[in-house]
Design a protein around this ligand. Structure first.
Ligand SMILES: C[S@@+](CC[C@H](N)C(=O)[O-])C[C@H]1O[C@@H](n2cnc3c(N)ncnc32)[C@H](O)[C@@H]1O
Length: 262
């Protein structure tokens, strides 16, 4: 009998958004969980986001940061603060975000609108001027590249910072995907006429080819990074790539212990 009632409640939970909302509110009220802090994502743009990361990318990034709980995050490219705010919502209490930008409007916005946030430091200089002291000299756990979009500047920045990355640091590079023509809205068509992207086929457009080359450059280098790509041509996706130093999860068993003889 009790298991039947529980099953009915679960059926209601799976089928009714209102009921899920009530259960969620009750869970927060009785202290079973804290709020998720994702309400800001409701106002982020998805299909016509040009500049900030897209809503669904922000959602993925939020989950990654919540999963990793990094202490030091560095962002290149503050712009209007969308990705910065998303990082801050996901970061733990002892986490810190250092965000770089050179644009006057971004500098003003960061000062005026983010001054309430003690975990946030704005660095008003170019990504290529990165210095370890900007980020308190601590190992960097997570880096987000979304600024210059130029291969040479990204290489210069990476070269300056690689020695300061934590051993398991993750690097995220935005705008590495391809836009599929059939998902274009008018702003994407305009972008292809006004910017120096590249059509890689009749249907697929690299809106930031420099970022794609940058990922390949890191992976081909001697620092041992491997990449996965959060790309899709099933929607209009800017895409981002995640890089981390390759490592084995299980230490190789010494030959003698494994019963093998040289
Ligand atoms: C695509 S926007 C960043 C969007 C932001 N990450 C978001 O998702 O909300 C790029 C920003 O990088 C900045 N930028 C361009 N070149 C830069 C450089 N060399 N160093 C630092 N910031 C730069 C621009 O001023 C612009 O605000």
């Amino acid at each position: 009998m009790l298991s039947q009632i529980k099953s009915l409640i679960r059926q209601l939970f799976y089928r009714s958004g209102v009921f899920r909302g009530i259960v969620g509110c009750c869970s927060v009220m009785i202290g079973r969980t804290s709020g998720l802090g994702i309400s800001h994502l409701l106002s982020y743009r998805e299909d016509d986001a040009i500049g900030p990361l897209q809503r669904d990318e922000a959602m993925a990034m939020f989950g990654i940061i919540r999963t990793l709980r990094p202490k030091v995050v560095v962002e290149f490219g503050f712009f209007h603060g969308h990705s910065a705010y998303n990082f801050l919502q996901a970061l733990p209490e002892d986490g810190r975000l250092y965000s770089y930008d050179i644009d006057e409007d971004s500098i003003r916005r960061a000062e005026r609108e983010f001054s309430f946030e003690r975990r946030f430091t704005f660095v008003g200089k170019s990504q290529t001027a990165f210095e370890a002291c900007d980020v308190g000299g601590e190992p960097i756990d997570f880096v987000f590249f979304d600024a210059a979009h130029e291969l040479e500047l990204n290489i210069e920045t990476f070269t300056r910072m690689v020695a300061h990355l934590a051993p398991e640091a993750m690097i995220a590079i935005h705008d590495t995907g391809l836009w599929q023509r059939r998902h274009f809205t008018p702003i994407h068509a305009t972008f292809t006429r006004e910017h120096a992207g590249e059509w890689v086929s009749d249907e697929l457009y690299a809106h930031q080819p420099g970022e794609r080359e940058f990922v390949d450059w890191i992976v081909a280098g001697q620092h041992g990074f491997a990449a996965i790509h959060l790309h899709s041509t099933r929607t209009l996706r800017h895409g981002f790539s995640l890089l981390q130093r390759q490592r084995t999860l299980v230490a190789p068993v010494p030959a003698v212990q494994a019963g093998l003889r040289a």
